[in-house]
Design a protein around this ligand. Sequence first.
Ligand SMILES: *Cc1c(COP(=O)(O)O)cnc(C)c1O
Length: 377
Amino acid sequence: MNSRIWLSSPHLSGNEIKYIEDAFEKNWVTSIGDNLNDFENKLEEYLGEDSYVILLNTCTSAIHLALIECGIGYGDEVICQSMTFSASANPITYCGATPIFVDSESDTWNICPIALEEAIVDRISKGVKPKAIIAVHLYGMPYKIDEIHRVAHKHNIPIIEDAAEALGSTYKGKATGTFGRFGTISFNGNKIITTSGGGALICQSKKEKERVIFLATQARDDAPHYQHSQIGYNYRMSNILAGIGRGQMEVLEDRIIARRAMNSFYQNLFADINGVEVFKEPSTDFYSNHWLSAILIDSKVTGKTREDLLLAFLEDNIESRPLWKPMHLQPIFKNLPYYGSNVSEKLFENGLCLPSGSNLTDQDRFRISKVVVDFFK
Ligand SMILES: *Cc1c(COP(=O)(O)O)cnc(C)c1O
């Protein structure tokens, strides 16, 4: 059996272990220390001068804290892009609020400005104005920032950008995650850089950063004993894991270049195959890190489905995966309100994510090409 080709696996630089050892030597085996400070500073520099970053244990926690900071509570409604990973929507329910799902548009596969406005207007007419919007940069592709933020601004609703998959992506030259009231990033093992598990919240003031750190470290009042005036969380990243992030940050640019090269590889590979479209930026305003490369298969043209190709890849021990199954189709969320016109359903039906890691070799690409060429012959 050929060795496994993964969709997206961790890709270490080699320096991570040096920073972990440093934490051991200094005995900062806790949730404060140089690794946290340095990784946070490097991210702030990378994202731009007005960004304040808080490292957390997961991106899911970052979304939860962003919702809390937006004042979301029991009985509120929060709009969420339907086509996404469940971690975008779950934290809404942690707050006792209800997710309202909105369809994608076909250029970026992200939240549709028209369906978004329709949802907001309809919810208001039903007597509950949505209190926040969670918009996602799926697979690293920025959503239509200008259009979406125009709608949100018109109705005065804050946006939380789920940039879990989009570290390194930009829109009109500005980093994704820095446009909304909050942005969130994931360092889970499959993301563009990793700390094994981890996340970050991006906010826009030092004061807000301090508040978030306070909430993320059990909300201890300034008193000599343990005293609490509000509910806290244990969401801070460990200084050990921040050491992995510090090493990963040194190679972020290389990782983006490699992921984008994988996307170019697929553009070439599928260029002459009718009925298959590789997901790409709709214009030069959009710059995707291409965390995952994906295709849409028109089975009327090719006579084959995404499931057929998935199985053909599996025969050669190559991992591929359907696109995210929209939240409004999930058993747990299927009775909640949904606004849209079948775009995300069709994407889910016809889309497939392909091996996209920055650590794939020429031999891996050769095996992938061979499966594709034989399959569409
Ligand atoms: C990975 C991911 C998350 C969750 O990140 P964790 O760090 O695993 O909590 C949230 N949203 C999207 C879109 C993701 O891909």
